[in-house]
Design a protein around this ligand. Structure first.
Ligand code: C5P
Length: 246
């Protein structure tokens, strides 16, 4: 359902996720305030959730009742535990939640069953796993992309509504799985951004990711570390509008 809403939206901000990658709730609230109305979803990840939990989402929602949330906990445990964790998150009324596809089909099914209104996104392979570390874990697979595609296929069989994929994987995932899955893409680096000591290796521009078929872009540091955050967000929204002809 959310995939349709995002794809049919004429509002470029519906294609933009801003990760609240900051260590404390005051900073998160200040950032959300600054970018209110410019981003479609705020992403709350492990760091912030472990430290401040559901109370933070309540505070953010109180300040901006129209804010939507992406709970990026990348869950990976036995099916019963993941199902119960997702059920416990229902009260938070988030729109998107992540699990690791490596947890297996039964785990992902448990997540989807428990998610109620939220869309479960699967993370296939962490981009931090380089070929050598992947080879240590799965020496029988010929390639990273084959293994990632296998994980993605199992995620969709389990009922996950979408996949998290770097800009470099989007074309292949669309070719394999068609229009249906929601593709969410971190690793966006606009040509004008200069993120200091960048650890993202599998990157692309707003235009390249959307043209390849991504639905939703996760853009963190190019906005967070910009001299003027609202201006940086507006530039990204312009690029989204231009690429998608909105
Ligand atoms: O744009 P920036 O690199 O700052 O965005 C970082 C965000 O993207 C983090 O919240 C991180 O969890 C998320 N992410 C990522 N790489 C992935 C998957 C998610 O950086 N492969």
């Amino acid at each position: 359902m959310i995939a349709k809403q995002i794809r049919n939206s004429k509002n470029p901000s519906d294609h933009l996720v801003f990760p609240l990658d900051v260590p404390n709730s005051e900073m998160a609230v200040a950032l959300a305030d600054e970018l209110k109305g410019r981003v479609g979803f705020f992403k709350v990840g492990l760091e912030l959730f472990v430290a401040h939990g559901p109370a933070l989402i309540d505070v953010l929602r109180e300040k901006d009742p129209s804010a939507r949330f992406f709970l990026d906990l990348k869950l990976h445990d036995i099916p019963a535990t993941v199902g119960r964790a997702i059920a416990a998150a229902r009260d938070l009324k988030v729109d998107l939640v992540t699990v690791h596809a490596q947890g297996g089909v039964e785990m992902m099914k448990a997540a989807v069953e428990a998610a109620a209104g939220a869309t479960v996104l699967a993370v296939t392979l962490l981009t931090s796993l380089d070929p050598a570390s992947l080879d240590e874990l799965t020496p029988d697979y010929q390639s990273r992309s084959l293994y990632a595609a296998r994980l993605a296929q199992r995620a969709l069989v389990a009922g996950c509504g979408g996949l998290v994929a770097s800009p470099l994987e989007v074309t292949e995932l669309r070719a394999r799985f068609g229009r249906e899955p929601l593709l969410v893409t971190p690793g966006i680096r606009p040509t004008w951004s200069s993120v200091a000591s960048d650890d993202q290796k599998r990157v692309g521009t707003v235009e390249s990711a959307l043209s390849a078929g991504s639905d939703l872009l996760v853009v963190g540091r190019p906005i967070r570390d910009a001299e003027c955050r609202s201006e940086a967000a507006d530039k990204i929204l312009e690029e989204i509008a231009k690429t998608l002809n909105l």
